[in-house]
Design a protein around this ligand. Sequence first.
Ligand SMILES: O=C(O)CCC(=O)C(=O)O
Ligand SMILES: [Fe+2]
Length: 327
Amino acid sequence: MRSLPIIDISNLVSASRDDRIAVAHALDRACAESGFLYISGKQLDWALFRRLHSRAIAYFALEQTAKMESYIGRSQNHSGYVPVGEEQFGEGVVDLKEAYDVNYDYLHAEGRRPLLGPNLWPEMAGFRDDVMAYYAHIMDIGRQLFGAFALALGLDEDHFDAHRLNPPSQLRLIHYPRDDSAQDRPGIGAHTDYECFTLLFATVPGLQIVSRQGGWIDVPLVEGAMIMNIGDMMEILSNGRYLATRHRVKKVREERYSFPMFHTCDYDYVVAPLTNDEAPRYAPLKGGEHLFNQTAQTFAYLKRRIAAGDLALTDVMPLHSFGRRDV
Ligand SMILES: O=C(O)CCC(=O)C(=O)O
Ligand SMILES: [Fe+2]
């Protein structure tokens, strides 16, 4: 099997448009070939990554009652602590993982949406500052990549800027506790990511993807590179040129941390194929609504609200309506 492509995105910050176009072409080829790839680049700030990791270690070491003070069900924008068992992908399978979810910190009173509001933070000195510093950094890397995708799809480089004013892009701090009895079964059930693309770094391997030949293959960690993958929305925007690949986290015995950032467009942005010269292969999708509907099908606190009649979803699509279905 060939290993996944690796793209150096350093030149996305070059003043030369030709340099940026060259990266866009390389990204386009890699994404057309594989829904998972690696990115490296001089603009990736590993000091910020290390600080995020340290904050996650300190946070998850707190007592459960302290962590539950920032329970995600208390937030206004789907941010906060996600205890083990809260999020369920597979029927009856509880993944051994806990998380702290951070969303776009939307402070205006006007324009709130289910995923747009102020972040919930734990009372832990330094946590908010370091997490937000990472969030701002990875948002900026995402902005550069949106520019590259725009070029790759034959659009103006700044095409996405107007559709990304307050995007509910989520950063997750995920902790998979050490589990000596771990068997090789999913740690996170198989899924595609809902958004445009995900940028992730992890402390130990464990991520697996469905190969185009079928079957699960490991995604090894590459020193100095982040893992990137295409989500449902980019599959639609590219009219299927790029595919959202199903993936999971297998059980590993080691303690593991991972930090995915799910880059998306504005809540009200309607996601539809952007390629003019082809017939659209996908129906348009309301971006934020899709994101929230999918989230509401996997989080216990939202399922409880639906069951109690406090929350009603519209235009729900079944989970796993995207991605390769060979497994
Ligand atoms: O922990 C990982 O490596 C992947 C997590 C993941 O796929 C997700 O949160 O969507
Ligand atoms: Fe994922």
